[in-house]
Ligand binder design. Sequence first.
Ligand SMILES: Cc1cc2nc3c(=O)[nH]c(=O)nc-3n(C[C@H](O)[C@H](O)[C@H](O)COP(=O)(O)OP(=O)(O)OC[C@H]3O[C@@H](n4cnc5c(N)ncnc54)[C@H](O)[C@@H]3O)c2cc1C
Length: 449
Amino acid sequence: MSPMAYDLVVIGAGVTGAGVARDAALRGLKVAVLERGEPGGATTAASTHLIHGGVRYLLYDRLTTHATCWDSGHIVRTARELLTRLPIVWPVYKGHTRGLETVETLFEEYDKFQPMKYGLPHMRLTPEAALRLVPGLKAEGLRGALVFDEWWVDAQRLAARTLESARAAGAEVLLHSPVDAVLRENGRALGVRTDGRELRAKVTVNASGPWVHKVAQLAGASLPLRLMKGTHLIWNDPKRVPVGLLLEAEDRQRYVFVVPSPLGTWVGPTDQPGPSDPDQTRTTPDETAYLLRSVKRYFKDWPDAPDSTIVGARPILGQPGAEKLLSRDFEVFDHETRDGIAGLLTIGGGKMSDYRVMAEAAVDAACRKLGSTARGTTQTLTLDGRPVGDIPDFLPPSRALKNFLKTKPRLRELHALGHLGAAFALHAARRAAGLCPIEDEAAFRRRYG
Ligand SMILES: Cc1cc2nc3c(=O)[nH]c(=O)nc-3n(C[C@H](O)[C@H](O)[C@H](O)COP(=O)(O)OP(=O)(O)OC[C@H]3O[C@@H](n4cnc5c(N)ncnc54)[C@H](O)[C@@H]3O)c2cc1C
């Protein structure tokens, strides 16, 4: 066997692969990362661009909200200059599936995790305040609104800056380099081939997002994958709305964001089963119509057609159960135990908002194979290499509970609903005691300017 040039070769430079390359390079490993297009140009670019905990996961997957808020805090500290605090208004109307008190309970629970990512506590607004804050919002039936905040990030830039950080730490970066083969010998993966060039490595990490199953196939491995596609409609006007919105969608089952940003005003996403080949993922007219109807029902004069659309596919790995209960948790697959292919790992699932800890888990697994005891340090340095300073002492969720609930979607939902039920009783008592303020526009402006 010829000597290995790299400890690690990473396939894919979306935000996950870029994170893996950075983590590995900072541990002193010799690493190369290959990307067939531009960094972050695929799913990462098609995301809603929020570093968030996922407030709605509190309804069925509480530990993911916890885990994501926890890692988002690290991302805020390491990439602060890329992030903008975005206040988001959730207007509640007569006839909505979830009434004001239920939605406020949700945010009282979210407030428990918000400090992990420097989020501010929620506010409840009068209907008049909501109408003044969001001109054009329909008044009829409006009961009030809740306000919370998340971080907006140019997602592609986050991936590119993470990759630059990896390169600065010694990683070799090959863009426009599609991997067309995984090198194998005697049941081991030995690296990759791109454009006729071979890069040999002790460990190969498949971080190719919704393409993970196709890349795994190159090595003769298989992955249990479901692809869920998500479309956004884009209006070029960066400020069609002055604040973010989270709206109950037309089907009353889902919620869609309206996100004003330097990239335009985005409305979405949808969440539908997509084709098994991510290259065939397209926005369909029914998705566009669904999103349009979902936003137009709240506004007197929303334009009929977007300026453009963008679509991406979420890889959901190895999960049983109904689509509405699918967890956004991530997974590291070791193909040695799964398929008898040593030296090959796949990292997938998860969110941009926990890409740092996903990368750390993948490199931990790689280090176990390499016999390296080097520990991850990505949380201690900003993307441009400065120390982050003090790290607050928040704990991630219990790993044992997470593993136990992983393959039990109904139990996961019960766990979430149990917490919400208890919180609702407490909220009702606090509301009866006059302890839940309802605020006006001035209170919002004092906080968010
Ligand atoms: C509609 C939608 C909205 C979302 N919104 C949010 C959000 O607001 N916040 C959040 O935290 N998360 C969000 N997510 C999830 C988030 O986008 C993903 O978790 C994250 O972007 C995944 O990054 P990735 O690097 O794993 O995948 P990708 O960004 O897809 O990167 C994989 C890379 O692998 C490359 N690749 C594939 N095959 C090969 C090959 N053979 N050779 C070389 N390179 C290859 C691809 O070109 C691609 O760049 C959203 C997802 C979707 C679909």
